[in-house]
Design a protein around this ligand. Structure first.
Ligand code: CU
Length: 125
């Protein structure tokens, strides 16, 4: 009986990069914004334009009980691509993100909702 042993002598070079980030308020939310799904069930956000300050940003989505539909909140742009969970009518959820200045897109990740108009602009400055 012959046994074959494969020895892999792999030398892994681990490079540790230390970023000298001076974070003034670690963990603190710099800016927050609130957005709501349409109370009558339209595939719209109110408002459809949000403005926040750069840094740690918290965006809260309210899905009114009267919307009758599940909704969620997603933010995309400048390397950010995050989705909240989808929440049923009458619930709230939030996304906390670290954002730099620029214009981002926010939209509902519910199937077909973004295409139907459930999309908005998030300005970070
Ligand atoms: Cu939706």
């Amino acid at each position: 009986m012959t046994r074959r042993l494969l020895l892999s002598a792999g030398a892994v070079a681990a490079v540790v990069v230390t970023a000298g980030v001076a974070d003034v308020a670690i963990g603190a939310v710099t800016s927050s914004a609130k957005v709501s799904a349409d109370a009558k069930g339209a595939l719209r956000f109110h408002p459809s334009r949000l403005t926040v300050k750069a840094g740690k940003v918290k965006i809260t989505l309210t899905n009114p009980a009267s919307s009758g539909k599940p909704h969620g909140l997603a933010v995309e742009g400048h390397g950010v691509d995050r989705d909240s969970k989808i929440i049923t009518a009458g619930h709230r959820t939030s996304l906390t993100l670290r954002l730099k200045r620029g214009t981002y897109k926010f939209y509902c990740p519910g199937k077909g909702h973004e295409g139907a108009g459930m999309v908005g602009k998030l300005v970070v400055r």
